[in-house]
Design a protein around this ligand. Structure first.
Ligand SMILES: Nc1nc2c(ncn2[C@@H]2O[C@H](COP(=O)(O)O[C@H]3[C@@H](O)[C@H](n4cnc5c(=O)[nH]c(N)nc54)O[C@@H]3COP(=O)(O)O)[C@@H](O)[C@H]2O)c(=O)[nH]1
Length: 568
């Protein structure tokens, strides 16, 4: 690595070669006080050099070929507000230079009246004054213990957020208070307490997005501003992430400590028109969370709480659904378009909720993925589907492919290949299992997906890309993936007889052709009409699945249409 050269790095932005040379000579006179001087004769070039970082001071002529007057100063100041600027003025534009000083420049020097001593002293004072100002600003706006914005900056940011979001989107304000922090402080001492607060601050910060603000009000109180977030489910997820991070054990001075927090959330504009009201209402909601036993969060409005509680209760009952045997499978046949035979069935999970009745996967798969429950649920689906396939074979039905949906979390959960291999061995379904992956799953991090899928292919599992055409596929990756089928998304199938125009079905046809040129089987999903079937048959699509032939059904109904090897 190149060692940093000694001396102060100065940028001179001056278009007059004589004036520039004079400054250069003054700065190079005494090697005991070295300067690294870079020069620019245009503002544009000066800003480029400033972008390279490391500049400690700018000497700035306000009249340049590409910028004039105060505008020159404003552009440099806006570009690098932390770098001190000394304005170089002519005799007749001192008023302008003075105005630049009032606007943030550290000093000004009148050209023609500068000598070396004056220049050096002005430069030294400017750098020191700027550091001092920065330090004052830091102390005024940031919390000394955690480095987070303090109450003052929080109010400022919140005002800006509310102002910027007016009539556009909304802002969520979250008030967080640690549970029983006083006990930690009283029993283990303030130094220990401070260390805990530092850990908590880092954890909260790491759980939110870059543009969000985490501030410390003082004591154990933190406030977050979540921009553009008012959807209950998104805030819910953020809050769970924060609470789970905060509650991870904290190690301080050889002690392991478990800390939890309570939080209240208010939303702009519905929960308050201004900053004080939003903070007051978030605080009130936080107190409600405390009174509910702590380690939880509450929205200010009852309506939002209801949604959050419903989600929580859904999650709790989904956790128990597996133990209570509430999940079941329906099967939807896939029909060979050439022979008319059922070649495969897709297993689709349902939840028989004790009070809400049969719940379709669209209502709970996303929640299962969010909470990680998809991993045990997915394993249950795979095992149950393969066991059903084997039961059908033993009952004399022709062996058919069993297709099962795989979620992204299952794919990245270690031990997938081993788990699938165990299921195949236990159920005897090897050679008859197909796993469906979505296009976005496959194309995201395609290099790693390819190696994960190679493992599945190695144990005889067929792989297909579901909902094909709805995401972005790289054709070169598609060629390398160890897949054997593409499933045309239902939206392209619906388009086949959508308007009666010549372009109907264009994309379905293109996907069939693409799939066949890659030597893949092509399956159309969501087929609902005879016109769609006929079109797909005419364009040599291999299989179809959809209500036109059959809806997903319980196993005892499905077997009525399965082909038999041995007569009953
Ligand atoms: N990770 C897992 N995902 C699963 C599992 N079981 C289901 N799912 C996914 O949930 C989504 C919704 O599934 P479902 O409500 O079962 O809907 C399926 C069919 O009923 C529906 N379909 C089938 N034919 C038609 C039709 O002609 N018209 C129409 N409007 N809908 C139809 O499509 C769903 C099957 O879709 P796909 O899987 O893309 O083939 C769905 O995304 C499931 O994948 C699970 O165990 N794990």
């Amino acid at each position: 690595m190149k060692a940093e050269e000694p001396g102060t790095s100065v940028l001179l932005i001056e278009d007059n070669p004589g004036d520039a040379r004079l400054i250069e000579e003054m700065l190079s006179e005494d090697p005991a006080t070295p300067f690294r001087l870079r020069t620019a004769d245009r503002l544009q070039r000066g800003l480029e050099l400033l972008s390279l970082k490391g500049t400690e001071l700018v000497l700035l002529d306000l009249s340049l070929p590409d910028s004039h007057g105060l505008d020159t100063f404003s552009k440099v100041y806006a570009h690098s507000p932390k770098v001190p600027i000394i304005v170089l003025s002519g005799n007749d534009d001192q008023a302008l230079a003075l105005y630049a000083v009032k606007s943030g420049a550290q000093d000004y020097l009148v050209k023609g009246k500068i000598d070396r001593e004056l220049l050096l002293r002005a430069m030294q004072y400017s750098i020191e004054r700027k550091h001092y100002q920065e330090e004052l600003e830091r102390q005024a706006n940031y919390d000394g213990l955690t480095g987070l914005p303090n109450r003052h900056l929080l109010h400022d940011r919140l005002r800006q957020a509310v102002f910027a979001q007016r009539n556009v989107r909304s802002v969520a304000v979250v008030f967080i208070d640690l549970d029983h922090f006083k006990v930690i402080n009283d029993s283990l001492g303030h130094n220990f307490g401070d260390e805990v607060l530092r850990h908590v601050a880092e954890r909260i910060q790491s759980a939110v997005r870059d543009g969000d603000t985490v501030a410390r009000l003082g004591g154990d109180e933190f406030v977050l501003i979540l921009n553009d977030q008012t959807r209950e489910d998104v805030i819910f997820r953020t809050m769970r992430r924060i609470m789970s991070k905060v509650s991870e054990p904290i190690n301080v001075a050889d002690r392991e400590l478990n800390v939890t927090c309570s939080a209240g959330i208010s939303l702009y504009p519905q929960d308050g028109p201004d900053v004080p009201t939003l903070l007051k209402n978030a605080d009130a909601a936080m107190y409600r969370a405390k009174s509910q036993g702590r380690n939880t969060f509450q929205f200010y409005t009852a309506e939002m709480n209801e949604l959050a509680n419903e989600r929580l209760s859904m999650e709790q009952s989904l956790r128990r659904a597996l133990e209570r045997d509430e999940l079941l499978l329906h099967f939807q046949p896939r029909v060979n378009l050439r022979t008319g035979n059922v070649d495969a069935v897709e297993a689709l999970v349902r939840w028989k909720h004790p009070t809400r009745g049969l719940i379709l996967p669209d209502r709970f798969i996303a929640l299962a993925e969010e909470t990680g429950l998809i991993v045990p649920i997915g394993e249950w689906v795979l095992r149950s589907a393969c066991a059903q396939g084997q039961r059908w074979r033993e009952a004399g039905f022709t062996p058919i492919v069993m297709s099962v949906n795989l979620s992204a979390r299952q794919l990245w959960n270690g031990g997938l290949v081993r788990m699938v291999d165990d299921v195949l061995t236990d159920t005897g379904m090897d050679g008859f299992l197909e796993l469906e992956l979505t296009e976005s799953m496959v194309m995201h991090d395609a290099e790693n997906v390819i190696s994960a899928l190679e493992g599945l292919k190695g144990i005889g599992v067929r792989l297909s890309v579901d909902d094909f055409g709805t995401g972005y596929s790289s054709l070169s990756y598609l060629k390398r993936l160890p897949i054997h089928a593409l499933k045309i998304d239902g939206s392209f199938v619906r388009d086949i007889d959508a308007s009666g125009g010549p372009d109907d079905g264009l994309l379905a046809r293109a996907i069939i052709s693409l799939g066949h040129s890659l030597h893949l089987k092509v399956i159309a999903e969501g087929v609902e009409t005879e016109a769609q079937r006929a079109f797909l048959r005419a364009h040599e699509c291999d299989e179809m699945q959809g209500y036109f032939f059959s809806k997903p059904m319980p196993p005892e109904e499905c077997e009525k249409i399965l082909p038999r090897t041995t007569p009953r």
